[in-house]
Design a binder for this molecule. Sequence first.
Ligand SMILES: CC/C=C\C/C=C\C/C=C\C/C=C/C(=O)SCCNC(=O)CCNC(=O)[C@H](O)C(C)(C)COP(=O)(O)OP(=O)(O)OC[C@H]1O[C@@H](n2cnc3c(N)ncnc32)[C@H](O)[C@@H]1OP(=O)(O)O
Length: 288
Amino acid sequence: MSSYVYKTTRRGVLLAKTVSYQVRLCSGNFRHLEVLKDENNVAIVTMKRAPVNSLNTELLTEISSVLTDLEETKCSGMILTSFSDKVFCSGLDIYEIFKSKPSAIGTSFSTLLEVFIKLYGSTFPTVAAITGHAPAGGCVLGLFCEYRIMVQNFKIGLNEDQLGFNAPSPIVKLMINTIGHRNAELALTSGRLFTTSQALQVGLVDEIAKDRTEAFEKADGFLRRFEMIPPLARNFTKQSMRRALLQDVTINREKYTEGFVSMISLHEVQQSIAAYLDNLKNKKRNAH
Ligand SMILES: CC/C=C\C/C=C\C/C=C\C/C=C/C(=O)SCCNC(=O)CCNC(=O)[C@H](O)C(C)(C)COP(=O)(O)OP(=O)(O)OC[C@H]1O[C@@H](n2cnc3c(N)ncnc32)[C@H](O)[C@@H]1OP(=O)(O)O
């Protein structure tokens, strides 16, 4: 089976139908990720958990493990993307938080926090090439990166309130840091999903691309901005801007996890999730 892979060069990123050029990251054998590196040590991490890249514990663990690899191998930049031209990431795997044991919900959420600590706190520059919809945890993954490029005509946002629960406070802070207090409050309380162009207007994404190829070109352009910046200085600045939130989540990871588990386990919340899932299924049925 031939699949699209991405070939990065010093001058840009090209979409190619060849595998001859890439260097596969050999330190991990991943089920839901493809990790390629170019000659400049830039990594392209592609989520490929069909159909919609829902974040189950296994995928989150793989992302976490790749991030450790990338730190250890002193990667010079990372592009996070999806195999799909329709969905970047559909958020947490709803079936891991619906009618699940508290321990399973806790493991999933705690692993998401681990990904936050490693991705948000990474020493290398990170960019999300958002090739499709990015609701809830999908938007969160994009927010963990430094820069977001999104293909036109999709939706992104924190729609947790639509499912019947609220986004945890660190993610609220992250949203405020990104789009400002007023926009964040309006968006979060209504569980708003922004179209790509609305997201650009409020600053939730940084650039729009017309398609995947352009998203990669722009992602590469973002990473190349740092070619002349001493990495040590860049990283000190990044860490100083991100320290407060990173420390908060690192110190209070258990507390946040317990809070999330208690909230999700509430009967009313489980009922809301059930209604949301019915709605999702009905939408699909009506579309056919
Ligand atoms: C500082 C930071 C620190 C800490 C914390 C950070 C964050 C924590 C915050 C909150 C927690 C996050 C919670 C969540 O993410 S809950 C998940 C919310 N997700 C959604 O609401 C998305 C729901 N899905 C959709 O809207 C559509 O599926 C989508 C637009 C993504 C794709 O539409 P499309 O028409 O292409 O496909 P569908 O036919 O709808 O779906 C195909 C298939 O996939 C299943 N599906 C979809 N989404 C999920 C999901 N999230 N989990 C599990 N499964 C999912 C869907 O049911 C279909 O299955 P089937 O019917 O069997 O084919």
